[in-house]
Design a protein around this ligand. Structure first.
Ligand code: NDP
Length: 322
């Protein structure tokens, strides 16, 4: 079968398309024909070496497709099932071996591309608004990169809970998209002082929570935008990793809370994965949550997809199509 392979860490140019070997499914694994693979920032961290992977490897943490074979000791899945998976490597390929405990069935009302576009970021948005900081009616959240894959999901879900969103975005087109998703206010964070604007918009109070997936360039303003005892949920680093933080800064910012959560720790059991995925797919089927596929690329063009994502040229979710 054909796949994208990474033989050495580096820039998008290390993503090479070619033949790859795939064994029969082993214990606990599903062999899946990939209909679409989601492109995620984590794939760029693994490609560049920020997150270490054993080389060579096939990147891609997410996808959707049809089960074509089932390994020993698998229960709950059979040949022909439509499934989606998250946090399982090897998805930039025509076929993938997926651990059954990272897979969920896709309901009839959700097509393969939507499932591949929604699962990883959707589960993340789910845990951020239900478990990390359960946002409540009337509260105000600051969402960075509000027109990105994560940003559009967070914005819609926070609004659906009756809370308000101040988003950030770098261009007029992105601002428009974030407003369409429900953002009440947008700050052009490449030009404005975010903490000052937040203070103006909240009568000096600050926001209850900041969902920050940008990291290095936003961390300081995120802390400065919080109300006393608010929470900074730092869930990513699209601009680069945040340097070490002196805990005293959390005191100076108003006894605020800082957490650095990961999806891996929020889908630890079958029950938790099913709970989050079922709610996510139900919101999609009901139209409460719209999935914006901002770009599709043929599988061999994975390099271009990474260049666009890291080059800040994308909105919503990117997919690779084998
Ligand atoms: P996005 O679609 O949000 O793309 C990244 C966006 O970040 C860009 O479009 C850009 O928006 C903004 N940005 C700001 N500065 C930079 C920069 N220097 N380089 C590139 N982009 C920049 O990506 P995703 O939705 O895929 O991921 C968002 C974040 O969520 C990532 O950090 C990712 O690692 C994280 N994540 C974390 C998970 C977890 O469980 N912890 C799970 C899933 C994702 P603009 O132009 O408007 O500034």
């Amino acid at each position: 079968m054909r796949a994208i392979r990474v033989a050495a860490n580096g820039g998008p140019e290390v993503l090479e398309y070619g033949e790859a070997e795939l064994s029969d499914p082993q214990s606990g694994q599903l062999l899946v024909e990939v209909a679409a693979a989601g492109v995620n920032f984590i794939d760029t961290y693994q490609r560049s070496g920020i997150y270490s992977m054993q080389l060579p490897f096939t990147p891609g943490s997410e996808g959707a497709g049809k089960v074509v074979a089932v390994g020993p000791d698998v229960t709950g899945f059979g040949v022909g099932d439509r499934v989606a998976w998250a946090m399982a490597p090897g998805s930039y390929a025509e076929r993938a071996l997926v651990p059954a405990d990272k897979a969920v069935r896709v309901p009839d009302g959700v097509d393969d591309r939507t499932a591949a576009a929604a699962l990883l970021q959707g589960l993340t948005a789910h845990y951020l608004i239900t478990s990390t900081y359960p946002v409540r009616t009337g509260e105000i959240a600051l969402v960075h990169a509000a027109a990105g894959g994560m940003g559009l999901l967070l914005t819609q879900l926070i609004k659906s809970r009756g809370a308000n969103v101040i988003g950030t975005a770098s261009t007029a087109e992105k601002e428009e998209l974030a407003r369409e998703a429900g953002a009440d206010e947008i700050i052009r964070y490449t030009e404005a002082d975010v903490a000052e604007e937040v203070a103006d918009l909240t009568d000096g109070r600050g926001v209850d929570v900041v969902y920050d997936g940008v990291g290095k360039t936003t961390f300081d303003t995120s802390l400065a935008s919080l109300r006393p005892r608010g929470m900074l949920a730092l869930f990513g680093a699209s601009s680069g990793p945040v340097p070490p933080v002196d805990p005293q800064r959390l005191n100076a910012a108003g006894s605020v809370f800082l957490t650095r959560p990961s999806l891996a720790h929020h889908i630890l059991t079958r029950e938790e994965l099913d709970w989050r995925a079922e709610e996510l797919f139900a919101w999609i089927a009901a139209g409460t949550l719209k999935i914006r596929i901002g770009g599709t690329y043929p599988l061999p063009d994975a390099r271009r997809a990474h260049e666009d994502l890291e080059g800040r040229r994308t909105t919503g979710k990117l997919l690779l199509l084998p």
